[in-house]
Design a protein around this ligand. Structure first.
Ligand code: SIN
Ligand code: FE2
Length: 214
């Protein structure tokens, strides 16, 4: 068996993180440059911004969205909105390539018929982090989360649905996709502060696309 496409790199492998949670290593390596180009087109329309939490903290991760619904936060709480609060316009449409990747990764992880209507786009600069949290602002808890890593590597924390259980650490690299649902749908997860680095395609940044069905 040969893996010409992966030219000197490891072939894609699957790693079970927990019951219902799978890390698909290198799953989207080949389409990453195109995903980044589509992402840049989205953020030209809906620019990066640092949201404020209900507690009044400004998030270190810069965010944008595409799709019918976008995740937003402000002093009033976390929620989904059909419009970008900065422009009052609907979020940019989800690129077909994004939706296709999300569906295909979900299916490979055992979740057929994933139908995402929201894609949160995260940008991490050096030191940016995401504290342990659950993705629970969606009504469709029967559908999984699909999370795509692009650019600089980061340490991903993945635990259980109890905040007090110590999460395990996984290094996420460019092209990796994590899918969690079923018994892991409400698992606490987060990203440790991004180390300094320089990536061929993304420079000093890590990007993450998180697909959800709201
Ligand atoms: C998230 O939990 O929304 C993002 C996780 C990541 O950046 O990998
Ligand atoms: Fe999350």
């Amino acid at each position: 068996m040969s893996f010409e496409l992966f030219d000197g790199l490891d072939p894609p492998t699957e790693e079970v993180l927990a019951d219902g949670a799978v890390l698909l290593r290198g799953h989207t390596l080949a389409s990453a440059p195109q995903l980044l180009a589509e992402m840049r087109a989205v953020t030209e329309q809906a620019p990066w911004r640092h949201l404020v939490t209900p507690g009044g903290f400004t998030m270190s991760v810069a965010m944008s969205n595409c799709g019918r619904q976008g995740w937003v936060s402000d002093r009033h709480g976390y929620r989904y909105s059909a419009c970008d609060p900065l422009s009052g316009l609907p979020w940019p449409a989800m690129p077909a390539l994004f939706a296709q990747l999300a569906r295909e990764a979900a299916a490979r992880a055992g979740y057929a018929d994933f139908d995402p209507d929201a894609c949160l786009i995260n940008r991490y600069a050096v030191g940016a982090k995401l504290s342990l949290h659950q993705d629970k602002d969606e009504r469709a808890l029967g559908q999984p989360i699909v999370s795509v890593s692009l650019g600089l590597p980061a340490v991903f924390l993945f635990g259980t649905d109890r905040r007090t259980d110590r999460p395990r650490k996984h290094r996420l690299q460019h092209g990796d996709v994590v899918v969690w649902g079923g018994p892991s749908r409400l698992a606490f997860h987060g990203i440790e502060p991004l180390p300094l680095g320089d990536h061929l395609l993304t420079g000093r940044f890590r990007y993450n696309l998180t697909f959800r069905k709201v």
